[in-house]
Ligand binder design. Sequence first.
Ligand code: HEM
Ligand SMILES: [Cu+2]
Length: 636
Amino acid sequence: MRGAVRPGPLQDARRRDRPHAGRLRPLGGTSPLGRPTLKVSTMATTATGSSTYTHDHGHGHVDDRSFIRKYIFSTDHKIIGIQFLIMSLSFLLLGGTLAMVMRWQLGFPGKPLPGGTLLPDTYTSNGVVLPEFYNSAVTMHGTFMVFFAIMPLLVGVFGNYLIPLKIGAPDMAFPRINMASFWTAVPAGLLMLAGFFVEGGSAAAGWTSYAPLSARSDLTGVHLGQIFWCLSLIILGLSSIMGSFNYITTVINMRAPGMNWFRLPLSIWALFVTACLVLLAIPVLSGAAILLLFDQTIGTHFFDPQAGGQPLLWQHLFWFFGHPEVYILILPGMGMVSDIIANGARKPIFGYTSMVLAIIAIGFLGWGVWGHHMFQSGMNPTLGTTFMISTLLIAVPSAIKTFNWLGTIWEGNITFHVPMLHALAFVSMFVIGGLSGVFMAASPFDIYIHDTYFIVAHLHYVLFGGSLFAIFAAVTYWYPKMFGRMMNPFWGKVHFWLTLVFYNCTFFPMHQLGLHGHMRRIYDPTQYAFLREVQPVNVFISISAFCLFATQFLFAANFILSWFKGEKAPMNPWLDNGLEWTVASPPPHGNFGDVVPTVYRGPYEYSSPHSDQDYLPQNLPMPGGMGAAHPQPAGD
Ligand code: HEM
Ligand SMILES: [Cu+2]
């Protein structure tokens, strides 16, 4: 039976080991953890096979870092990951609250917002949301969600937490730069937030900040807020760049012996390719934001047509960054979901190599499709067709991944634990979002639905149904490792099912609104005769959205209460093969102690015929060489 599940050799069986794990040489007096050698200077030098690394605070010794160095200005990748988690979940809550303001206005235009009278007069009048505040809510919802919630949740949290643990490294290659990356993201977020408290209010030109609206304050009445938007994203860009080259260096240089490229978990592959995309895409946004900032402050006219500037230049720059950005927002989710689905199905991931190639292909193709956001900008139709074809091409690797996920669960011995439920929802919702993406990629169709609610439906199917479900899957999966306690599975399931239902009730009808011509950014749909007949749909969406928002407090409560009161987590609650599950929950500072783990196989050995259990950890040597994937494991 097991033989039938996997007749061929393992995917990594014929690959050579990597005997010399090249590590960054520790600089004089500084440990690989980036901290100068402290009082406890037991320079334990461990030799495992041919790899060595020095590690200053020996294990079994007291961790004598002060509270501030341990939890605030920590260089430990695990603490930084948790800091990013708390920061981005807070921004997620803020972004969600702004969405509720928008949904109130769209569902019940002209009715006073509950609690609206508490807001300043520049936001509401007798509790009714003012158009200026509506624009600001739309803009800041998108901005906070994309830049300060989803992106740091995927890249900041899981890049930090998982990369060193999963590749068998004590920390990131540059722990201090890693710390700087977090402490640069915080002021960027606060600066963005500050927009709400200055004269003229926050940025209000949409998360895409199209010029000339964003460049000229006489058009929107927002001056400082728009400047803050640019400055904040420039600062956040520095944070992302520091984080991503750290990840890239760590994955290239600090893999444990035997952890060759084709034994890397798909989550690490995805985070690696994502880091490359971040490193190349974010500077484009920073450059564009600097030009926009000049237009706003020192009188240049890069984007102002009245003064000879080019508004389309902004669109090109923004989307040349923006499309790779949407893959930054989905690839880590795809990677982590792959790990979770293999675990939940108790089967090796189907088509590991094609999964890796698909991630790389998406990474490359993502650079050549930005024009699909600009079909309606008056571009030459020949160019539009080129972008249409390149966009259709990118659906191929996405489809390969989907089929491989289906192949993985096919005839699996599925455990429907909470992370698995979220991971399966990710796949299903991503299929819907991907399909509407393929529709929109066809320029004749896109010309019809561009700038309508159809786009809003698509982007929420990929970003909420995709990225956010992947985040829920990953948070619930790695929570026991992060905090040493389990989240409550019953309330986890309640949260999952309610979220799935209300989410679909909220976003699916938006397709219908879009086809009806409902514009994407309008203050009051009832002002248009042709939209009055679909107003009940808006009401339905708004009520569903309120329920969806309320459901998230179940997650918040489960998250916070489990932190203090949850059942104590064992070392390996999900019976997973990854290296992070071979250390305590939570892992000690320095992760693996003095022993560098040696890796003998890939991470997906579930239901292995070579093991009595139904899983086979990556670092477990095979006694007697029986059925070992590698007769000559590295480090032997
Ligand atoms: C199968 C793959 C995909 C295809 C073919 C596709 C195609 C498209 C197209 C053609 C548009 C522009 C529509 C218009 O404005 O008229 C669009 C918009 C958008 N897509 Fe996708 N997409 C795909 C996957 C994704 C993914 C994975 C994400 C993010 C996780 C994403 C996020 C977005 C966002 C945020 C927008 C709206 C941008 C805006 O504010 O105007 N898409 N997509
Ligand atoms: Cu795009």
